[in-house]
Design a protein. Structure first.
Length: 318
C-alpha cells in the first residue's frame, strides 16, 4: 500500500494530507450470490435479513439492472393481499433491504425502485463472461461461477409470479451454461487436452442427460481418449435414462456411434454440436429439454415425446 495511505479499519482509510493523516470512509464491498442458495455478503460476512422477500426483491432488482415500478414489485411479491396491505408490506420489505444494503445502495423514488451501481452479482458476472468470452480461461471462469442452479432451494409460496420469474431465469442460465460447457469441451479437445474436455462434457451430460448430442459428445471423447469401455458404459447409461424418463430408445445417430465404438471405429473427429432435433422435426433448446425432463419426473410425458414414432429397436447395451 502507498506510504501516503494506511488502513484504519475494514472500511476506513487514513490518507496523509500535509503533516497529518485524515480518516476517510469507503463503501463496503457488497456481493450478492444467486447461484445456489441466495445470500448477501458485506466484506465477506453474511448479511442477515428477517424476511425472504427482501432477498427476493434484491434478486429481481439486481437481475433487471434498472428501476422497476413500485406497483409492479408490489404485485409480484404480494399478489394475494389487498392493495393497501400489499403497499404497506412492500414498504416494510423495502426498508429491510435498504438496511441490509446500507446507505447509498438503494434508489427508492416515489414511483420506482432500483439498485445503485456498486453491487457485485455472480449471475451478472457469469453473463458478462459468457457474452464476451474469447479465451478458454474466461469460459472456465464462467463455468466455475455456476456452481448450482439459480436461487436453488429458494421460493416464495404465496407468490407464483415470482416463482415463474425465478424458473425462467434458471432455465436461461442453464441453457447458457450448457453452451459454455459445449464450447469448453470442443476447445479442449481441439487443443489435445481430451481429459479436460471429458470433464466439461461430463458436466454437460449431468446437467441435461436427455440431450443426446451431449451424450454422443461424451462417448466420442472417451473413445478418442482410448477409454473404449467408458464410452460403451456411457451409451448404456444413455439407454437407461431415456428408457426410465421417456420410455424410448436412443436416436439412430447415437446408436450408430455406439456401433462404431463397439467395432473399434470411434476415432473420428469431434463434430460441432447443434441444438437437438426432435423426431417431429422441432428444434428444441437445452432449456426446453430440461423443462421436458422435469415434466416427465412429475409423471407427465411432454407432448413432443407422446406421439414419437421412435422405435425401440436400438441394440442391446453390452
Amino acid at each position: 500500500m502507498d506510504d501516503h495511505i494506511r488502513r484504519a479499519s475494514i472500511n476506513r482509510y487514513e490518507v496523509h494530507y500535509g503533516a497529518v493523516f485524515v480518516t476517510i470512509a469507503v463503501m463496503d464491498e457488497l456481493r450478492l450470490f444467486l447461484f445456489g442458495s441466495p445470500r448477501l455478503l458485506r466484506n465477506g460476512s453474511l448479511v442477515e435479513m428477517d424476511t425472504r422477500k427482501a432477498l427476493a426483491l434484491a434478486a429481481v432488482l439486481a437481475i433487471s439492472g434498472q428501476e422497476i415500478r413500485r406497483e409492479t414489485l408490489t404485485v409480484l411479491l404480494y399478489p394475494e393481499a389487498d392493495p393497501e396491505s400489499a403497499r404497506a408490506a412492500f414498504r416494510r420489505t423495502l426498508s429491510t433491504l435498504n438496511h441490509a444494503l446500507g446507505p447509498g445502495r438503494l434508489a427508492a423514488r416515489r414511483e420506482a425502485v432500483g439498485l445503485v451501481a456498486g453491487l457485485w452479482v455472480d449471475v451478472l458476472a457469469f453473463r458478462s463472461l459468457v457474452t464476451g468470452a474469447t479465451s478458454l480461461s474466461a469460459l472456465e471462469e464462467a463455468a466455475g461461477l455456476y456452481h448450482d442452479d439459480f436461487m436453488s432451494g429458494f421460493s416464495l409460496r404465496d407468490s407464483p409470479a415470482f416463482d415463474d420469474w425465478q424458473y425462467q431465469q434458471s432455465e436461461d442460465l442453464r441453457r447458457r451454461l450448457l453452451g459454455v460447457l459445449d464450447r469448453l469441451a470442443g476447445l479442449c479437445a481441439q487443443a489435445g487436452d481430451v481429459g479436460r474436455a471429458i470433464r466439461h462434457a461430463a458436466r454437460r451430460v449431468e446437467l441435461d442427460p436427455l440431450l443426446e448430442e451431449g451424450q454422443r459428445q461424451l462417448m466420442l471423447l472417451y473413445a478418442q481418449a482410448g477409454q473404449r469401455s467408458a464410452a460403451l458404459r456411457q451409451y448404456r447409461e444413455c439407454v437407461r435414462v431415456l428408457e426410465k424418463e421417456l420410455g424410448v430408445a436412443p436416436l439412430e445417430e447415437t446408436t450408430a456411434l455406439y456401433q462404431e465404438i463397439l467395432n473399434g471405429r470411434g476415432e473420428r473427429t469431434l463434430p460441432r454440436l447443434s441444438p437437438i432435433t426432435s423426431p417431429a422435426g422441432e428444434r428444441l433448446s437445452a432449456a426446453g429439454c430440461s423443462s421436458a425432463w422435469r415434466q416427465t419426473r412429475g409423471g407427465e410425458k411432454p407432448a413432443w415425446r407422446k406421439n414419437s414414432s421412435r422405435k425401440r429397436s436400438g441394440p442391446p447395451a453390452r
